[in-house]
Ligand binder design. Structure first.
Ligand SMILES: [Zn+2]
Ligand SMILES: [Zn+2]
Length: 355
């Protein structure tokens, strides 16, 4: 019997359903000691979206056609050549000198293969389903064709708004613990390279679906060409490279490798420099820290290695490490688990001189 008595001296057990509530709490505690329950909400959203897409025949779009074109983009010769060139560039002018086959590089190569094989179909399915759900449940969000405005202006607007949505989702990844548990993997890389762009948990793409909204809203007025999306992806890949490059004055507007490395810095706040392609969002929300000589060669990764990383094991067990990293968001939160590091104060005024 409960030791707690209410104001009238009745035992808490006297309330109808009190025993049931206590039992539910016990079960929840028991499950929480084995798994991190909130992580399953992302799985549930992904399954629901895929099921909706499947049942609606992917909104009329041929799924296999979209998949083929996406695969051509991801593993096509142009992408491979671009990745190859960027990998050479980072060897020629590196921020940090490392062996050609550093462990981190090999680990990220595994993630690249995972992306090219499994993540592409998943991403295509999620994107098509999300667009279908948005168009069906909120048909009024699609703006009709406005003839007086040229198409290129709409394409530019979609591009800028998409970049802002990516910024917002990235910010949420750093502020919401459940999302951080998936995003943490991306920040665990200690040997950053172009391939680090692929070091992401496949399920984190659910949080970036909001970036499709500008394209859905302005669909009747224009669509961002695939070439532009490939250039966007190449810019995002390049900013992860080990290249010592700040883009000079252009780096005030576009994200450079030296700028994005600060976001991955081992001993700095991670909720700065969240931009994908443009730095303007970081500047607007006082989260921009521009590179200095000290930040260019800064180490990256997570302090205390809360996530198993390839550099920590005595022998490189890349597949085992990858599986452990992919399962990690579902494991219970340890008492000493790291939370995303946030800037305790505005980064304004720090490191604003670009070298
Ligand atoms: Zn981040
Ligand atoms: Zn990054």
């Amino acid at each position: 019997m409960s030791l707690f008595l209410d104001a009238r001296g009745r035992s808490a057990d006297a309330y109808p359903g009190a025993a049931l509530a206590r039992e539910a709490r016990r079960v929840r505690r028991s499950i929480s000691s084995r798994v991190y329950l909130p992580a399953f909400s992302i799985v549930a959203i992904a399954i629901a979206l895929v099921a909706i897409g499947w049942s609606s025949h992917w909104g009329g779009a041929s799924f296999s056609e979209s998949l083929t074109s996406l695969k051509i983009v991801v593993i096509g010769p142009i992408t491979l050549v671009v990745l190859g060139v960027l990998l050479v560039v980072e060897r020629l002018h590196p921020a940090q000198r490392r062996p050609v086959f550093a462990r981190g590089y090999r680990q990220d190569l595994l993630y690249t293969i995972l992306n090219a094989t499994l993540v592409v179909p998943l991403g295509a399915a999620l994107a098509l389903s999300f667009a279908e759900v948005a168009r069906h449940s909120l048909p009024w969000v699609v703006v009709p064709r406005i003839g007086v405005v040229p198409r290129w202006a709409f394409v530019a607007a979609i591009f800028v708004a998409m970049d802002f949505c990516n910024w917002l989702a990235h910010f949420a990844n750093h502020r919401v613990r459940m999302l951080w548990r998936f995003h943490e993997l991306h920040h665990s890389q200690e040997d950053m390279s172009v391939l680090t762009v692929f070091r992401t948990h496949p399920l984190i793409h659910v949080s970036y679906l909001i970036a499709l909204i500008p394209g859905i809203v302005l669909l009747a007025n224009g669509a961002v060409p695939t070439t532009m999306l490939v250039v966007y992806a190449a810019v995002v890949a390049f900013e992860h490279s080990n290249t010592n490059l700040g883009f000079g004055p252009v780096g005030r507007v576009f994200v450079s490798p030296n700028y994005h490395r600060i976001h991955h810095q081992l001993d700095g706040p991670q909720d700065v420099n969240l931009g994908f392609a443009l730095t303007i969002w970081d500047q607007l929300f006082h989260r921009a820290v521009f590179p200095t000589a000290a930040t260019i060669r800064a180490d990256t990764g997570l302090p205390g290695r809360p996530l198993v990383v390839e550099q920590a094991t005595t022998r490189p067990r890349h597949v085992f490490v990858m599986l452990a990293q992919l399962v990690a968001p579902f494991r219970p939160v340890a008492d000493d688990a790291s939370a995303p590091r946030t800037s305790s104060r505005s980064p304004r005024g720090r490191g604003v001189v670009e070298s």
